[in-house]
Design a protein around this ligand. Structure first.
Ligand code: HEM
Length: 321
C-alpha cells in the first residue's frame, strides 16, 4: 500500500510538473482579465495593413526578431537608454525593422479598452504577427498568451542570434537549433518570406555572384540593385509579396530565391531541406499548418511568465516603479 501511494505521488508530481511546464501560456489568458484585448489588436492590425499592405510583413518580422534574442519578451521594442543598448541598432534591425509605431498604437488602444496595462508588449507582438498573416490571406492559429516583458535588451545578443541573409544551410540549421527549432521549423518559418521586401544590399552578392540562380531572375533583379549604390532599393521577397501563399517555395524550386539564405533551403548544399521545400511548393495546406505550428513553437522561446519581468506601460521603456 505504502509503495502504491509513493507510486501515485510520483504520478501526481509528474502530471503537476507537465501541466506547469506546458501550460505557462494559454490562448485564454486574457478571456477574463480583458476579453476585448484580442479584437482590439486585430482591429488596429487590419487598419494598418489596409493602410499599407507591407505593414503585415513588417509586423510578422518583429515577432521573429523579438523571439530570437533572449526569447519572446519584447526586448526588441526597448529604445536605447544609458543602460540599454537597443536591439533596434543591431545589424539586422537598424534601418530595416519597422512597424514600431503600429505596436505603440496597439498598446495605447489595448490599455484604453482594458482600463489598465494588463496586456504585455510581447503578447501584442505575437498576436499582431498572427493577425498580419490572416489579414494577408493566411490561415489562423491560436496564439498562446501570458508572456511578460523584459526589463532589458541587448544589441550584442541581437547581432549574435539574428540570422544573416548570407548564411548557408548548415549555418541556418545551427542558428535555428540554438533556439530549439529544427529543420522543419526553419523551412516552414522561412516561408514568412512569402511577404514583404528586402533591400538591395541584402541580396546584391547573390544576384551578382551565385550560380544557383535563374539567369533571367538575376538579370531582372540587377535592374533594381546595381553593383554599387542604391543600397536601400527594395525588391519583393516573393512575386506575390502581399499575399500569404506558396509562391515563395515554388520560386525556390525555380532558383528564384532572392536571398542567399532563401535559396540555401533548396539545392543550396546538403539537400536535407529540398524535399520539404518541394512539398510546400504544391501543398498550401501543409505549409499553412506547419507554419502555424512552428510559429507557436517560436512564440514559446524562453518566455517570461508569472512574476518574471513586467507588463510595460510603454513598449519602448521599462516601467520605473
Ligand atoms: C531563416 C533565416 C532568415 C533570414 C536570414 C532572414 C533575413 C531577412 C532579410 C535580410 C530581410 C530583408 C530586410 C531588409 O532588407 O531590410 C528579411 C525580411 C523579412 N523577413 Fe526574414 N529572415 C529569416 C527568417 C525569417 C522568419 C523566420 C520570418 C518570419 C516568420 C521572416 C520574416 C520576414 C519578413 C516578413 C520580411 C519582410 C519585412 C518587410 O517587408 O518589412 N524572416 N528577412
Amino acid at each position: 500500500m505504502a509503495s502504491l501511494s509513493a507510486f501515485q505521488l510520483n504520478v501526481f508530481l509528474i502530471l503537476a510538473f507537465t501541466v506547469t511546464a506546458f501550460s505557462a501560456l494559454s490562448p485564454y489568458y486574457y478571456d477574463h482579465v480583458c476579453p476585448k484585448a484580442l479584437p482590439t489588436i486585430k482591429r488596429v492590425v487590419e487598419a494598418a495593413v489596409y493602410n499599407e499592405r507591407r505593414m503585415g510583413a513588417s509586423l510578422l518580422r518583429l515577432h521573429f526578431h523579438d523571439c530570437f534574442v533572449n526569447g519572446c519578451d519584447a526586448s526588441l521594442l526597448l529604445d536605447s537608454t544609458s543602460t540599454i543598448d537597443s536591439e533596434k541598432n543591431s545589424l539586422a534591425n537598424k534601418n530595416s525593422a519597422r512597424g514600431f509605431e503600429v505596436i505603440d498604437l496597439i498598446k495605447k488602444e489595448v490599455d484604453k479598452i482594458c482600463g489598465c496595462p494588463v496586456v504585455s508588449c510581447a503578447d501584442i507582438l505575437a498576436v499582431a504577427a498572427r493577425d498580419s498573416v490572416v489579414a494577408l490571406g493566411g490561415s489562423s492559429w491560436n496564439v498562446q498568451l501570458g508572456r511578460r516583458d523584459s526589463t532589458t535588451g541587448s544589441r550584442t545578443q541581437a547581432d549574435k542570434n539574428l540570422p544573416s541573409p548570407l548564411m548557408d544551410l548548415p549555418g541556418l540549421i545551427e542558428n535555428f537549433k540554438r533556439q530549439g527549432l529544427n529543420q522543419k521549423d526553419l523551412v516552414a518559418l522561412s516561408g514568412g518570406h512569402t511577404l514583404g521586401y528586402a533591400q538591395c544590399f541584402t541580396f546584391r552578392d547573390r544576384i551578382y555572384n551565385d550560380t544557383n540562380i535563374d539567369r533571367n531572375f538575376a538579370k531582372e533583379s540587377r535592374r533594381t540593385c546595381p553593383r554599387s549604390g542604391s543600397d536601400t532599393n527594395l525588391a519583393p521577397l516573393d512575386p506575390s509579396h502581399d499575399s500569404f501563399d506558396t509562391a515563395y517555395f515554388s520560386n525556390l524550386v525555380k532558383y528564384k530565391g532572392l536571398l542567399r539564405s532563401d535559396q540555401a533551403l533548396f539545392h543550396g548544399g546538403s539537400g536535407s531541406t529540398d524535399r520539404l521545400v518541394k512539398a510546400y511548393s504544391y501543398n498550401a495546406g501543409a505549409f499553412s499548418s506547419d507554419f502555424a505550428k512552428s510559429m507557436v513553437k517560436m512564440g514559446n522561446i524562453k518566455v517570461l511568465t508569472g512574476k518574471q519581468g513586467q507588463i510595460r506601460s510603454n513598449c519602448r521603456k521599462v516601467n520605473n516603479y
